[in-house]
Design a protein around this ligand. Structure first.
Ligand code: COA
Length: 376
């Protein structure tokens, strides 16, 4: 018989500082003004294109985002910088990304009624790692005080959390770990081109954590059995970031726009949404789960219209707020963490036996769905 596996605890760490759309737009527009003034002659001569201002109205209408949390507000809002200021730490100090991962992990452990020693494995699953090595997961393992076990990092961009849950489930099922911590420390302010009007409003920072363990071991008050996981990838250049260790092998590209997040937003929207809806519907059908039994969809939080489109396709009607909870108005797109924030904040109200799906999607393209049932 297949080993039954549950999510027995989740954790969320939210930065203290937030930036409203109005604050963001004011600093961006000041940057635009300064840029256009200092390049007035070249713009006049037709050698450079003038930059256009951003607007709160556009941001909210196009994305549903109202604000975002960040590690460093001052640097991001400084029109002469438009980048977070996060001082480097010495090798003896806990790195920033490990620190926020540990914050979320501690809460997940507490909710799962576990201590770090109960864990066998740590997966750090997110869009950007602070360094090449040692793996962030190994640092998190040590910082939590785990005296045994193993950890590794994995990156499937916005889908990292659902891919991480599948990796955790596989490890628990095949016996290579009894309990796995899967954590998503997303410092998206570091890969966002705050100077680019098309995307400057998209991302925020956060960390989320999920504990996956054998159903028979779990003792927490809130448990969700994992009924199935499904992953899908299909190559696309429409969301891409060329930052990497080989950049210095061609200095001509260092600092170029393609070394930060960029996307063809319209194409992503058009291509990914139908794939996601089809995956969720197919996944439910293969699990013999009629869509009428689906109480909730904890979707990746990139864009409100995307989520409404997907939920509508899956349900065959407009979703209620309870059926597809939204957190992107407050958090913006937090890459892999978004669907886990939604799950963390919006699952406790559902009664035992409720079924739902956690689904993330993004660069790759990549799509992951995790169908769950509340068992405690
Ligand atoms: N302020 C004001 N106007 C802006 C603007 C801004 N910040 N950014 C763009 N515009 C303008 C554009 O120039 C364009 O003007 P035009 O019609 O005169 O050419 C117009 O607004 C529409 O721009 P467009 O980029 O087509 O907007 P959109 O409706 O597609 O919304 C996104 C943009 C990014 C919010 C949307 O495409 C999206 O969310 N896509 C999917 C994103 C996603 O999931 N990515 C995955 C990452 S994990």
């Amino acid at each position: 018989m297949t080993q039954s596996v549950v999510i027995s605890g989740t954790g969320l760490w939210t930065p203290q500082q937030s930036i409203s759309n109005d604050e963001l737009v004011a600093s961006f527009n000041r940057y635009v003004q300064l840029y256009n003034e200092s390049n007035a002659a070249a713009i006049e001569a037709g050698e450079l294109e003038a930059l256009s201002p951003s607007s709160t109205g556009f941001i909210e209408k196009a994305s549903g985002i109202k604000q975002r949390y960040v590690l460093d507000k001052e640097g991001v809002l400084d029109p002469e910088r438009l980048c977070p200021s996060i001082p480097e730490r010495s090798d003896d100090e806990l790195s920033v990304q490990a620190e926020i991962a540990v914050n979320a992990a501690r809460q997940a452990l507490e909710n799962a009624k576990l201590t770090a020693d109960d864990l066998d494995a740590v997966l750090v699953a997110c869009s950007n790692m602070q360094r090449a090595y040692p793996a962030m997961a190994v640092e998190v393992q040590q910082a939590l005080g785990m005296e045994h076990g193993w950890g590794y990092d994995m990156n499937v961009a916005c889908s990292s959390a659902t891919f991480g849950i599948q990796a955790a489930v596989d490890a628990v099922r095949n016996g290579s770990a009894r309990r796995v911590l899967m954590v998503n420390p997303e410092i998206c302010s570091g890969h966002l081109a705050w100077q680019d009007r098309d995307c400057h409003f998209i991302f925020g920072d956060v960390a989320t954590a999920v504990i996956v363990e054998r159903a028979e071991d779990a003792t927490s008050d809130n448990r969700w059995e994992i009924l199935g996981t499904r992953l899908q990838t299909r190559f696309s250049n429409n969301i891409r970031n060329n930052f990497g260790f080989l950049n210095r092998a061609d200095p001509s590209g260092i600092g170029a726009r393609d070394k930060l997040f960029r996307q063809e937003g319209r194409k992503v929207f058009k291509e990914v949404c139908p794939m996601v809806a089809e995956q969720i519907s197919g996944h439910l059908s293969d699990l013999d789960l009629p869509v009428e039994e689906l109480r909730r969809m904890w979707l990746h939080q990139a864009n409100l219209s995307m989520n409404q489109f997907i939920a509508r396709r899956v349900l065959g009607r407009d979703p209620s707020e309870e059926e597809a909870p939204v957190i992107l108005d407050e958090y913006a797109n937090t890459s892999s963490a978004g669907s886990i924030i939604a799950f963390h904040k919006h699952n406790a109200d559902l009664p035992v036996d409720s079924k739902g799906v956690i689904c993330s999607f993004g660069a790759g393209y990549s799509i992951g769905s995790v169908v769950v049932k509340r068992v405690k």
